[in-house]
Design a protein around this ligand. Structure first.
Ligand code: BTN
Length: 277
């Protein structure tokens, strides 16, 4: 029966006890769990805005089983239905001020890739700067938002929002179906609680690893290096859309592109698409 097939495909809802047990292992962490919320990133931002001392929010993790207004990069929506994906935001308050949020996104992508490989035995690839792809389709996205201290003008904290599609969703809007995929895991032994915990744990681990090594791993997992791409600069930029070849990613996670006239540019924002997309 069709309905039965669909339900079998669905991952289990979050077990709160299990989630708490996992997060008890990660010192100073605190979990905020919602069955549904507008956006875990928006909630994290509110927590930071209301805090007397934002340092106390380091390692707070906001988790939701579904989002009604999930947000992606560049003002896009992030489709966040219940039961087929996980949605979380990590609050990160480092000792030093944040100078390059893009680098945090790149590190998060490597952390997420490692966990997916370890748990699900598949090898996703990274599309600069924040997407994970498997079999040509996007399976995860990362939205890093800086929390600005308006008195000092510094970025004192980051919110790392992560959304992963674990199973295909039968009700996915048609316009997304061609580009959005999932890990497609049939392994029911991996609970959402475990997956989320491993992601958060790996994130805090990777942030203390050697930066050059992590960037190297990022580059090795990139599927755009060496290919022809279309660059879509952010709206504020004076550049229009242009064609280029992705030739490198530097130690600040900037994408180095070569233009038709032989000149190069280092990008730290904007969006790229492959010629096949
Ligand atoms: C993208 O694909 O551009 C980034 C998507 C990021 C989605 C995650 S889901 C959890 C967190 N809350 C949000 O509203 N967005 C991020």
């Amino acid at each position: 029966m069709k309905l039965h097939d669909k339900e079998e495909n669905r991952i289990k809802p979050m077990e709160l006890n299990e989630l708490n047990e996992y997060f008890n292992q990660l010192s100073q962490s605190k979990v905020h769990f919602f069955k549904t919320i507008d956006s875990t990133n928006t909630y994290a931002k509110k927590l930071l805005e209301q805090a007397d001392n934002i340092c106390s929010l380091n390692k707070n993790v906001i988790i939701a089983e579904s989002q009604t207004a999930g947000r992606g990069r560049l003002g896009r929506k992030f489709y966040s239905p219940a039961q087929t994906g996980i949605y979380l935001s990590i609050i990160y308050v480092p000792d030093e001020k944040i100078t390059n949020p893009a680098k945090i996104t790149a590190f998060s992508a490597v952390a997420l890739k490692r966990v997916i490989e370890r748990l699900y035995k598949v090898n996703p690839k990274i599309k600069w700067i924040n997407d994970l792809y498997l079999n040509g389709k996007k399976i995860a996205g990362i939205l890093t938002e800086g929390f600005v201290n308006y008195t000092c003008g510094t970025i004192d904290a980051a919110i790392i929002g992560i959304g992963v599609n674990i199973q295909n969703n039968a009700e996915i809007p048609q316009d997304l179906a061609a580009i959005v995929g999932s890990i497609c895991s049939n392994d029911n032994s991996i609970t959402n609680a475990r997956f989320i915990f491993e992601i958060v744990n790996e994130f805090f681990k990777i942030m203390s690893e050697n930066s050059d090594d992590v960037i190297c791993e990022y580059k090795e997992s990139s599927f755009i290096l060496g290919t022809k791409i279309t660059v879509h600069p952010v709206i504020e930029s004076t550049d229009g859309i242009y064609e280029a070849t992705a030739i490198d990613i530097d130690n600040e996670a900037k994408l180095i592109v070569k233009l038709a006239d032989g000149s190069t540019k280092a990008l730290n924002s904007g969006e790229v698409s492959l010629h096949s997309e």
